[in-house]
Design a protein around this ligand. Structure first.
Ligand code: FAD
Length: 462
């Protein structure tokens, strides 16, 4: 198909006519950079990458793709593990140029263009001391993140990212502009709270913001042998922790930072990360039980949320495989299994063997959005990143084994942003069976021909 289109330069000229952004084709020197995504395993060659600069560009690109019967991919931050924002021989609607963020400090809202990253949003809120729930790194796209639900350091305090949506502007499959909010197209608005990129290309989001002048980062480190004791203590601590406490229990490769002792650098290390939505004295008081455990090293700092968000930024271009299991409980037996599996993680590497707490406001939001995983107490998230293709099998096996071990405590639901394509059963579990049917009806209305199918795909109802 690709060669066909580029043999047919006239077709491309049609798209170029009035297109404000850039069109990148395989003969362009920037093509390889333009087609690279976070997961270095993904090597796809679209026929054309439409770097859109406006909603009108997006509409043009959709109609062009449909006219030529090209597969259409939509690219935000390019972080999906299975590379859903790329295709072979089709058109990519690349939103990265559309990254403007405007904050209204009086109304405490932000208007965020569809291709903005978490960093764009955080940095725009920072001068006003305002923030909202974002991901745990700064490079993720607000688009894919929020449309899938959106969990992060602040979700126990402010709810999921999608809980803070006020409206979304979309370009639908027929090229028309649609706004979704509580008052306009409310069923579509409901579907955009977890239903992903199934319903159109989001060109703009409006979010609720909250005062957050400072956060406190607290990272405590141990040798891995301390794992089961520390994990039990962390579990018990989180059972009554206030909503201000986010964070996680993370096995990682000890980084070469000043605060990390030599015996942990480059070695499997256990970290408890407390992301406290408040100042350091309050953080120290609340985290007293963790600070009393006797750790090997610590880093405790008050910093703006936008800075905090960059602390764990991972390098792009590694080979990636991740999965997730949402847990209703984390009893001692699960703790032991989880900690033992950390030994299978590839070390040294940027991989993380993670347990995130949920709860807080995330669990208390009463809305019936299609994110059934919000009720789980914990998420085990084997997040594998490595460099050598020879480790592919090992990396995958580790993630599968983590899930298999924890099955007895699984809530059955799964957050689809934390997994790639794991089959239809898991996909339906991501939304819940009843929600899936309701989403399919919305899909049938806004994208009856399933133009937007490079995603956790909901088949349109007739
Ligand atoms: P893309 O690959 O560009 O897009 C993913 C999907 O969303 C695609 O189907 C795409 O078509 C669609 N899409 C993207 N933008 C739009 C848009 N504007 N309109 C319509 N469809 C769109 N998730 C969390 O919840 N919390 C975290 O803390 C977190 N941390 C992460 C850290 C790293 C290092 C990585 C790689 C991922 C992390 N994720 C996290 C997962 C992340 O939320 C998902 O991978 C998400 O899909 C990424 O969105 P994206 O726009 O960056 O990716």
């Amino acid at each position: 198909m690709a060669a066909g289109i580029f043999g047919n330069t006239e077709a491309l000229e049609d798209l170029r006519d009035g297109f404000v952004g850039s069109l990148v084709t395989p003969d362009d020197p920037s093509y390889d950079e333009a087609r690279s995504v976070f997961n270095g395993m993904i090597d796809r060659r679209p026929a054309v990458i439409a770097q859109c600069a406006s909603p009108e560009d997006v509409a043009k690109a959709i109609l062009f793709g449909r006219h030529l019967d090209l597969q259409i991919a939509v690219r935000g931050g390019g972080h999906s593990v299975s590379g859903m924002s790329l295709n072979d021989g089709g058109i990519v609607i690349d939103l990265r140029r559309m990254n403007a963020v405007t904050v209204d400090p009086e109304a405490r809202t932000a208007r965020v263009a569809g291709g903005a990253t978490m960093s764009d949003l955080d940095r725009a809120g920072e001068p006003h001391g305002l923030a909202t729930t974002g991901g745990r790194v700064s490079t993720t796209g607000v688009g894919g993140f929020t449309l899938g639900g959106g969990t992060g350091w602040l979700d126990r305090k402010f709810g999921l990212s999608c809980d803070n949506l006020l409206s979304v502007d979309l370009v639908a499959a027929d090229g028309s502009a649609v706004r979704a909010s509580e008052d306009e197209n409310p069923e579509l608005f409901w579907a955009l709270h977890g239903g992903g990129g199934n319903f159109g290309v989001a060109t703009s989001f409006s979010f609720r913001l909250y005062p957050l002048p400072v956060v406190t980062a607290m990272m405590l480190l141990w040798r891995p042998e301390a794992g089961p004791d520390v994990a039990r203590a962390y579990r018990d601590f989180m059972a009554s922790a206030p909503d201000e406490v986010g964070g996680g229990l993370i096995y990682l490769t000890g980084p070469p930072e000043e605060f990390v002792p030599e015996h942990l650098v480059g070695q499997l290390t256990l970290a408890v990360l407390v992301a406290y939505a408040g100042d350091e004295p309050a953080a120290r008081t609340v985290a007293g039980p963790l600070l009393g455990l006797g750790h090997d090293a610590e880093m405790i700092a008050e910093l703006p949320y936008a800075e905090f968000q960059c602390m764990l930024d991972d390098p792009p271009g590694c080979r990636n495989y991740w999965s997730a299991e949402h847990l209703d409980a984390f009893p001692d037996q699960a703790v032991d299994l989880f900690c033992a599996r950390a030994g299978d993680m590839i070390v040294p590497s940027p991989s993380q063997h993670v347990l995130f707490p949920q709860g807080g406001l995330t669990a208390r939001v009463g809305a019936d959005y299609p994110v059934p995983w919000r009720q789980a107490s914990w998420v085990a998230h084997p997040f594998g990143l490595w460099e050598d293709a020879a480790d592919d099998e090992r990396g995958r096996r580790w993630a599968h084994n983590v899930r298999a071990d924890l099955q007895p405590w699984s809530s059955g639901a799964v957050y689809l942003n934390f997994i790639g394509d794991e089959g239809q059963e898991r996909l339906v579990a991501g939304f819940g069976p009843e929600n899936y049917r309701r989403l399919a009806a919305v899909k049938g209305r806004y994208d009856p021909e399933n133009v937007f199918r490079l995603n956790h795909n909901i088949k349109p109802a007739a």
